[in-house]
Design a protein around this ligand. Sequence first.
Ligand code: CO
Ligand code: CO
Ligand code: CO
Length: 346
Amino acid sequence: MKIDLLQMVENGGCSAKIPPRQLEEILKYLPLPVDPNILVDIDTHDDAGVYKVNDDLALVLTTDFFPPVCSDPYEFGQIAAANSISDVYAMGGTPVVALNILMFPASRLPIEAYAEILKGGSDMASEAGLRIIGGHTIDDFPPKYGLAVVGYVHPGKIITNSGARSGDSLILTKPIGTGTILAGQRLNMAIKKDIDEALRLMKLLNKSGAEVMKRYDIKGATDITGFGLAGHMLKMARASRVSVRINMKKVPLIGNAYKLIDEGCIPGAAFRNLEYAETDTLFAPDLDYNLKMLAYDAQTSGGLLISAPHDLEKKIIAELKAAGLEESSVIGHVTEPAGKLVHLDN
Ligand code: CO
Ligand code: CO
Ligand code: CO
């Protein structure tokens, strides 16, 4: 029997996140714990929490899980794991150990699918040099999978949302458009070549990009996931108390993502992300509408967004490309606070 996980979900991958505005409302009710060893908490909307153990070691802690983004259970496991591990890389950390988190409808799917999801996750963890040492499963529909990951980082070498500085160049390591391509797949509008490329990119670990960041002592970065490029950029600008300018024409796109948006294939998550970011964003009057919607397209296991000193930009891009991230590009820059937090240009 051929299993097609995509038949089971409306919103797969990071598109299934709680809308950012609602999430912020909910987080207001959570008291922030006070402890001098907490180096990064939810205050800066960072990718992971960081807890200092001693002067040489801090733990990076993160979890992500979501419903299927693709049909094949093994590939779903790979993508979910790559996405979960990514938050450790975005913080400058090295992933060390992890726990599986799996929700699986045992009465509605053959048990082989269960094994395949976990096998995909386990193989991706091995690629990252990460050991999965436990986990937890409950019966639930539709299936959801991800990891809770623990990484190591030196307390003085943490890379955060709040580390972007005026004058920095903004570098993106993977093209965007996974949300649009997946929506196109669902509507039978996307071509196989683009779907395959989206799958390849979602399975691509942010490990090599993170290694380049560490060589250059980068202070500010995040990974692009459910809130879309411009949504994550907004969180970074706010945390760093700067403004950011994005040139949407410089942002690399997956295959026919632009054409799909033009044909009306715009995922709901893009509208929710736009609604959240709108009041803090200045849109260029001549901004192309399709590019605007792509800026808010929810990415699953997207690339790193790196805030790098301007004079290092060429070297970093060259190293990223040499590391296999061929579409790495400078897509904008950081400025002093300039009215709105995010400026979206053509
Ligand atoms: Co993240
Ligand atoms: Co995350
Ligand atoms: Co348990």
